[in-house]
Design a protein around this ligand. Structure first.
Ligand code: ADP
Ligand code: MG
Length: 207
């Protein structure tokens, strides 16, 4: 089980990692979008950091909801409302809880995916963050059901997310700005699938 304090420190670490990857994420978005994904995400996680005092000692649901609201209110572009919704939905799953286990994390991922799908009117195979989130979650569920080992499940989820990034290179974008490129989007990895994988990598590294 992971405590509320640890969840907060992981979220702040995600912010640091997003800041480190800002240029890379922005370069990816330059090729198939408008070149702001890294800037958007870094701005969002700056706002998360600013809310740190409000989150300290709070239950995990409140922490995740606060992150979601910070992202929605500060990130321009599609990714703000989408990740914001994902974190807010995740917060509902964790309402009042001071500890989180792997089963909770899997429930969070289901809620986050459903939130993105509903808000983005999107599904897998459209070259979006969902192409990393969905296979990662499926892999974690399968792995955890088989082994009961949370760390192994996260490792397997991260590997599946990375495969998801590779898969986005092979398909045409049909959602978001990248869809304007049609076939020219082939050959390039999706920025949102990449930023999700960055987040999962931090979580895996912290467990
Ligand atoms: P914008 O496209 O508005 O500039 P960002 O550059 O911050 O916003 O985010 C782009 C990312 O958002 C894409 O790489 C993709 O993963 C994700 N995205 C865009 N539209 C959707 C959607 N409808 N559903 C899921 N994800 C989406
Ligand atoms: Mg963009």
């Amino acid at each position: 089980m992971v405590s509320n304090d640890k969840v907060l420190s992981i979220l702040l670490e995600i912010g640091e990692k997003i800041e480190e990857e800002k240029l890379f994420l922005t370069e990816l978005d330059n090729v198939i979008g408008d070149g702001d994904h890294g800037i958007n995400m870094a701005r969002g996680f700056d706002a998360v950091k600013a809310k740190q005092p409000m989150m300290e000692g709070k239950d995990i649901g409140t922490i995740l909801k606060t992150v979601g609201m910070a992202l929605v209110s500060t990130v321009g572009g599609a990714s703000g409302p989408l990740y914001g919704t994902a974190f807010m939905q995740a917060g509902k799953v964790m309402a009042g809880k001071m500890e989180i286990g792997m089963e909770d994390f899997l429930a969070i991922m289901d809620a986050a995916i459903a939130g993105v799908q509903q808000r983005g009117k999107s599904t897998t195979g459209e070259k979006t963050m969902l192409d990393a989130m969905v296979p990662a979650t499926e892999a974690m569920k399968k792995s955890f059901a088989e082994s009961g080992d949370a760390k192994k499940a996260l490792d397997d989820g991260l590997a599946a997310a990375k495969e998801g990034i590779e898969y986005t290179k092979t398909i045409i974008a049909t959602k978001g700005r990248a869809s304007y490129l049609g076939e020219r989007s082939i050959g390039h990895q999706d920025p949102g699938a990449t930023s999700f994988t960055v987040m999962l990598e931090v979580i895996d590294g912290a467990i």
